[in-house]
Design a protein around this ligand. Structure first.
Ligand SMILES: *[C@@H]1O[C@H](CO)[C@@H](O)[C@H](O)[C@H]1NC(C)=O
Ligand SMILES: *[C@@H]1O[C@H](CO)[C@@H](O)[C@H](O)[C@H]1NC(C)=O
Ligand SMILES: *[C@@H]1O[C@H](CO)[C@@H](O)[C@H](O)[C@H]1NC(C)=O
Ligand SMILES: *[C@@H]1O[C@H](CO)[C@@H](O)[C@H](O)[C@H]1NC(C)=O
Length: 459
């Protein structure tokens, strides 16, 4: 793994070994099979797992020399998930050709260098590649600009898994925030594989990152010229930000706390932190817990019992369903009005981004040894958002698989064997076919911890 700084340098240059330590460190302790799950998340075939694992293992190669020479095109193709290039100088984009070209006049090299970049943050997704070319001299220069831009551009693809709410944030919105926040809106988005509905759904966020209408790159007949173009988006940590790799405005590094603060600003959400007790109020407001309802699978069958248990723990609790196709600008304020969010592992927990910083996320992990993926997708990100993360792992007795399959079925008796047989089975039994009936006696200490955490903040 290696990282080369980009000119102009908006942030420092972590040494290669530091970054390698960062990434390898976050991976040690997770078994290979689970790592593969983490890497590809939920939708991938086993063959893709293997490919990704090889890429991760190859990180020890030193890939930097080629890019360092020119210092005009700097590509990072060695991360776990993403390939990206930073292109500096007289950069020309041609949408029809999906090309980004730059002429190097300073190096005296006569070599033409070329990179193929999938501008979606996961290289395993099938989207068209963008060709990034570093040309050695003016005689090879692309046609003259038809439009000159004084602002930089970010090229990225939609599609992939971005229709899923968690992936929309993990694969696009958080990486796009990292790629563009430092420009404070003065940046143009060139979008390939454009999905107009997606841009409508997340327009509040997109419009706050760029003051300009996104360009449908595939249909763009112009040759556009820029001083700087970022090709592709990066995931350096799932649904999170590695501050060392995230230049923000004024050279400051960005964190997930910045991202959620940015969302609150974008959606005009009033609550940045759980309420602080005020001595003048004689009756303290009780912390509010949102119990998330899933519509189709991984349902909590005894919601009412949990609401009563949460109330007994001191919360004001409410069951809320936030439909998948609902409007973000309506759902965000709903979530922001709560201090704690509890729900079964799934894309809905992505709504935690709208909780006030200092709030609590309680993830209910379905039966079947799903803790590692649950932690990687929501646990670690919640911590990075400044939330207090709590986990409640469902036992076989609390899983409806006990009733539907019986105690002797391998999926109930031996989850390891299901994991060994591959992701499809894991997905089928533990994510698709399972509902949970939570034992409120077992849950009580977790609710108490959540309550104590919020109360401590009020002191
Ligand atoms: C963009 O590239 C395509 C395909 O190579 C080419 O036919 C077209 O002329 C280029 N556009 C411009 C404006 O030069
Ligand atoms: C320009 O680059 C091309 C392609 O590498 C090469 O064939 C050509 O000789 C170069 N011309 C000059 C003047 O250096
Ligand atoms: C873009 O800028 C270049 C260099 O300044 C200039 O030669 C060219 O005419 C400009 N093109 C347009 C379309 O404004
Ligand atoms: C619920 O959990 C408690 C505490 O772990 C345990 O004693 C009890 O047997 C459980 N109840 C059921 C129905 O499994």
């Amino acid at each position: 793994m290696c990282w080369i700084e980009v000119k102009p340098r908006p942030w420092g240059s972590p040494k290669c070994w530091e970054l390698r330590r960062l990434i390898v460190g976050s991976v040690i302790g997770v078994s290979l099979v689970l790592l593969a799950y983490l890497v590809v998340s939920q939708q991938f075939a086993i063959s893709a797992h293997n490919a990704q694992w090889i890429t991760a293992a190859q990180q020890t190669r030193a890939p930097c020399e080629k890019a360092e020479r020119g210092n005009v095109v700097v590509c990072n193709t060695e991360g776990l998930y993403s390939d990206t290039c930073e292109v500096d100088g007289d950069v020309r984009t041609n949408g029809t050709a999906l090309s980004v070209a730059v002429v190097v006049t300073t190096t005296g090299s006569s070599e033409q260098l070329e990179w193929k970049i999938k501008p979606y943050a996961r290289r395993t997704v099938s989207v068209k590649e963008v060709t990034v070319t570093q040309l050695p001299n003016q005689s090879t220069a692309p046609p003259p600009c038809t439009v000159n831009h004084s602002i930089p551009a970010v090229v990225f693809a939609l599609g992939g898994h971005a229709g899923n709410y968690w992936h929309a944030f993990c694969d696009v919105l958080v990486p796009l925030f990292v790629a563009s926040r430092r420009y404070d809106g003065e940046v143009l988005f060139l979008v390939t594989n454009i999905q107009p509905w997606w841009l409508v759904k997340y327009k509040t966020i997109i419009q706050r990152l760029s003051k300009y209408d996104a360009v449908d790159m595939d249909a763009d007949a112009e040759v556009r010229c820029f001083g700087h173009v970022t090709v592709g988006l990066r995931i350096d940590k799932l649904f999170s930000i590695v501050p060392d790799l995230a230049p923000g405005p004024g050279g400051r590094r960005l964190t997930m706390v910045d991202f959620t603060a940015f969302l609150r600003e974008a959606y005009a959400l009033p609550r940045g932190a759980p309420p602080v007790a005020s001595p003048s109020r004689d009756k303290q407001r009780r912390p509010r817990l949102l119990l998330m309802r899933r519509g189709h699978n991984r349902r909590i069958v005894n919601e009412d019992e949990i609401v009563r248990a949460a109330e007994a723990a001191g919360f004001e609790a409410e069951v809320v369903e936030l439909p998948r196709y609902g409007r973000v600008d309506e759902q965000a304020p709903t979530v922001n009005a709560f201090d704690a969010l509890m729900g079964v592992h799934g894309a809905g927990l992505t709504h935690a981004v709208f909780l006030p910083t200092g709030g609590v996320l309680i993830q209910v992990v379905p039966y079947g040894r799903m803790e590692a993926i649950a932690r990687a997708e929501f646990g670690a990100p919640a911590g990075d958002m400044g939330l207090h993360y709590l986990e409640y792992s469902v036992t076989a007795e609390e899983s409806t698989l006990m009733e539907t399959l019986g105690p002797e079925h391998p999926a109930v008796r031996d989850p390891e064997s299901v994991h060994r047989s591959g992701w499809d089975k894991v997905n089928e039994f533990y994510l698709d076919k399972q509902d949970v009936r939570i034992n409120v006696t077992r849950l009580a200490p977790t609710l108490a911890q959540a309550f104590d955490h919020l109360r401590q903040q009020q002191l």
